[in-house]
Design a protein around this ligand. Structure first.
Ligand code: JD8
Length: 456
């Protein structure tokens, strides 16, 4: 019965000494894994044991030779064993430009190496890296199943050894029998879903006045499990919001926990948030134009022709138009963004002279009306409270800028939007015509009072 095997080739074999320690050391001596380290220089043929040379094309540093590397990788098959190891090779090459090392990748490798017909070799480069011909050449070899270039993360190391150690620890601990209690893997971060681990505590229960969360002393396993799940979800939203979109297998209590952390399901079931509301700046003109063109087209009545929509977008929603808005002191644009500053929606409010009566403000819109000229949200974020957050931001900013009422026009046939604005405190006070391309549309004109503003 073959044991999972992983070989490391490096010019610094001592760098891999930690493989004798702790869990990996026990797994090796326990015969649960066959880890071997080889010195690349053993495969050199000159008396200087040369493994590198100057880079073609010039430049600083040295490049490692492909020929020495291929020989070294192939030589691992005949490593003092009774007979050559016939298993196919998975060659793993650490490089800053590689596929990120993740728990999923580690599990994939552990599953692959648990099979009897494959083994792995990790090629640890140094200097400026390994000649780029090595990887494609290895992929041509009959004894090579695949070559994976992987990276430890977006930072620069001086060589591949640290990455090799990290990969070995992440993979070997997932091999059969290595972890005393395989159940402990179940609750770990990134195992089944991209959720961070919950905080852990042990004695003393009172450490210089720092106490342990009482639920953990309750003995109520269900409450403890719930608390830990909530902690994991909250930590994930706070510390790694980019992982939120990948969350799945959420139960009702999880959805409540996430909503409390600002993460909700959009109309299409995808998790949105935490949503941030920010003022748009001059650099946002192009993304606003893109967002506006998309959301305007989707909000138009079905019979509106693409020609009319394109004409309207070109005339009113271009990058240039938004650049003018962003430079206009009477115009404020707020953006609603998902994790990573990904735009979900926007609102444009006009205060000052340009929002006054002679510019269409209805009667009853007070002495200092502000116009909510645009408020649009992408379909995937609808139903997630994004529009409500945008209107709240507009109300806050318009009141701060001294406006006493906020008015808007909404297409008379868009009952959903009219109902939304009614829930936001707007009342219909009249109608107006709104031209899109060559077609006139009837808008409801709605107004709401604004709270007395608290000037900055
Ligand atoms: C392998 C040579 C050094 C890298 C010139 C600095 C992985 N996440 C990671 N960061 N850095 C590495 C890595 C760096 C390596 C080698 C992996 C071989 N270097 C080079 C390119 C720029 N020097 C890594 N995994």
């Amino acid at each position: 019965m073959s044991v999972p095997r992983l070989d490391v080739v490096t010019i610094f074999p001592d760098y891999l000494a930690p493989l004798d320690l702790s869990l990996l050391g026990k797994a090796r001596t326990g015969g649960l894994v066959d880890l071997r380290v080889h010195d690349l220089r053993a495969q050199t043929t000159d008396r200087h044991r040369t493994v590198d040379d100057a880079p073609f094309g010039g430049g600083a540093g040295m490049v490692m030779r492909p020929d020495v590397w291929e020989r070294a990788i192939a030589a691992t098959a005949v490593d003092g064993d009774a007979s050559p190891d016939e298993r196919e090779l998975v060659v793993l090459v650490p490089t800053p430009s590689g596929r990120p090392l993740t728990q999923a990748f580690a599990q994939e490798l552990a599953d692959e190496l648990a099979a009897p017909d494959v083994r792995a070799v990790i090629a640890c480069g140094r200097y400026e890296g390994i000649d780029a011909r090595l990887v494609p050449a290895l992929r041509e070899r009959a004894d090579v199943r695949r070559v994976v270039e992987f990276s430890l993360g977006d930072f620069v190391l001086n060589g591949g050894e640290v990455a090799a150690l990290a990969l070995l620890e992440a993979v070997v601990r997932l091999l059969p029998g290595v972890l005393g209690n395989p159940d402990s893997v179940v609750e770990e971060s990134f195992t089944h879903e991209a959720v961070l681990e919950y905080p852990v505590y042990t004695r003393p229960a009172d450490w210089d006045g720092h106490e342990v969360p009482p639920v953990l002393l309750s003995g109520d396993h269900a409450r403890v499990a719930r608390w830990r799940r909530e902690q994991s979800l909250r930590r994930t939203v706070e510390r790694r919001p980019e992982l939120v979109a990948r969350l799945d297998g959420l139960d009702e209590l999880d959805v409540v926990t996430l909503a409390e952390a600002g993460v909700v399901r959009g109309r299409h079931g995808r998790l949105i948030g935490p949503v941030t509301i920010r003022s748009a700046h001059e650099g946002d003109a192009a993304l606003l134009a893109d967002l506006a063109a998309t959301t305007f087209a989707l909000a138009c009545p079905a019979e509106t022709t693409m020609g009319d929509i394109r004409a309207h977008v070109a005339a009113h929603l271009s990058t240039e138009a938004f650049a003018r808005h962003l430079a206009d002191a009477d115009v404020t644009i707020v953006l609603a963004c998902d994790v990573g500053d990904v735009p979900l929606g926007y609102a444009l409010v006009r205060t000052g002279a340009s929002a006054a009566a002679d510019d269409g403000a209805p009667a009853g819109a007070g002495d200092a009306p502000a116009e909510l000229s645009k408020c649009y949200v992408l379909p995937r974020a609808q139903g997630a409270g994004v529009a409500r957050a945008l209107v709240a931001a507009v109300v806050e900013r318009a009141s701060r800028d001294g406006a006493d009422h906020l008015w808007l026009g909404v297409n008379g046939r868009n009952a959903g939007a009219a109902a939304f604005y009614a829930r936001a405190g707007f009342a219909v006070v009249g109608e107006r015509t709104y031209r899109v391309g060559e077609v006139d549309h009837r808008d409801h004109v709605m107004v709401r009072p604004l709270p007395a503003g608290v000037a900055d």
